[in-house]
Design a protein around this ligand. Structure first.
Ligand code: NDP
Length: 396
């Protein structure tokens, strides 16, 4: 249990994406040691009712709803509470700029880029769940982190595992970073069965309960590809130093191999509150109410190589990582469009990877794949890729 000194001030925290899976897990942890944290701002996109409930429960100063259509509902729910209600994309950015010690970046998708980038500019600690920031605009985002003296801590369980296994070792002795994948709900399915999978099948993740977009990304293994790109930027390693291992039990989250032959693995029960707790309490630790890891009960840990024929999204994401120069921006945008379309039953499961690949290829042919150097160029390329992805979708 973390033992803050009696005189230590509470950690001032803003949660971007408070109503989501990571946002709620974060607030669940905080509710257990409320004296250690002061909630400054909470944000959501549409869910005004839940946002208001959370803002009142955690005594937030500000609550921001991204979609203006839900502002009135938020304002009415917060009337008389003293909590300031705001709405719109600019207000999400403004919320991220309110001075705090830590911002939990848990918006889903590239929608999180502008607010998370704004948070880095105040030089605070960023607990980064929103991996799409690094996939869309990795070099530019990391430059902002460095330029403003922000501390970037991963919330993804695999990257949190890497961070812990990397501690106190000389970087030149690092050989390889391996992140694990559960393999998703279709690990044991054949190609024909996968081709007919519907959203209900894909949303049944074997080990984790998460938001809909990342759950589909886990089923295609695109999530693992996005995580490789995230790791490349977070840890400053080359694509050759990154690997994926399928590990269906989701107990080992990452392995770091050193040139002397040692391999350090980080283990924990699959519960996001463990990596979230580390990012919130860093460089200390705080207790998380997770199931203790009982290896005797689990019995066996198994490993397989990922099958990139069955799950081409991983191959496509790896190729985009090697290509760089805006290819990962396009990959992310096309994937977001395709996942939305799959959830709306407008395309079949294998089309998700196909749309991502076609979008990268068409932008490459058109000479549009240039590394984004600022927010505007990142969002412009993202939009161009979305348009292309919609064209490919229409042509299916
Ligand atoms: P959810 O879909 O559960 O939650 C997303 C949050 O973002 C909600 O608060 C939602 O508000 C808000 N939001 C959605 N769209 C927008 C938008 N356009 N502008 C502003 N806010 C928006 O997602 P998760 O919590 O699962 O994932 C969040 C991020 O964390 C993702 O990048 C994911 O990859 C990453 N991550 C998630 C893990 C998990 O276990 N869930 C594990 C590791 C990483 P509203 O509720 O109103 O729609």
């Amino acid at each position: 249990m973390r033992q803050p000194s009696k005189t230590a001030s509470p950690i001032r925290l803003t949660v971007l994406g408070a109503t989501g899976s990571v946002g709620q897990s974060t607030l669940d942890l905080i509710a257990r040691t409320p004296d250690d944290f002061e909630i400054v701002a909470l944000t959501a996109q549409c869910n005004a009712d839940e946002l208001a409930t959370l803002a009142i429960r955690h005594r937030a100063r500000v609550a921001v709803i991204g979609d203006d259509a839900h502002y009135q509902a938020l304002k009415e729910r917060l009337a008389g509470t003293g909590i300031i209600a705001m709405s719109g994309r600019d207000s999400l950015v403004a919320a991220a700029q309110i001075p705090v010690d830590c911002v939990m970046a848990a918006i889903v998708g590239v929608a999180g880029l502008a607010p998370t980038l704004a948070a880095t500019q105040q030089g605070c600690r960023i607990a980064l769940a929103n991996k799409e920031c690094l996939v869309s605009a990795g070099p530019m985002f990391m430059r902002a982190v460095r330029d403003h003296g922000a501390t970037l801590l991963p919330v993804d369980s695999e990257h949190s595992g890497v961070l812990q296994a990397l501690s106190a070792h000389s970087p030149d002795m690092l050989d390889k970073i391996t992140i694990t994948a559960s393999g998703g709900p279709f690990r044991t399915w054949n190609v024909t069965r996968i081709a007919a999978a519907n959203p209900e099948d894909a949303l049944k993740h074997p080990n984790w309960v998460m938001g809909r977009k990342i759950t589909i990304d886990s089923a295609t293994l695109m999530n693992k590809g996005l995580e490789l790109i995230e790791a490349q930027h977070l840890f400053g390693v080359t694509p050759d130093q990154l690997d994926v291992l399928v590990h269906p039990q989701s107990v080992i989250h990452a392995l770091v191999s050193y040139k002397d032959g040692s391999v350090l693995a980080q283990m924990a029960s699959p519960d996001m509150r463990t990596p979230i707790a580390l990012a919130l309490a860093w460089p200390q630790r705080m207790a998380a109410p997770t199931k203790p890891l009982d290896l005797a009960e689990i019995g066996a840990l198994t490993f397989e190589r990922p099958d990139e024929t069955k799950f081409p999204a991983l191959r496509i994401a790896k190729a985009a990582m090697r290509m760089g120069e805006g290819a990962t921006t396009a990959l992310n945008a096309a994937n977001e469009v395709a996942v939305d379309a799959f959830l709306a039953k407008r395309l079949k499961f294998p089309h998700i990877a196909q749309i991502a690949e076609q979008t990268i290829e068409s932008l490459l042919r058109g000479g549009s794949l240039k590394e984004p150097h600022n927010l505007e160029t990142a969002l412009a390329l993202d939009q161009e890729a979305r348009n292309q992805a919609q064209d490919h979708l229409a042509a299916l």
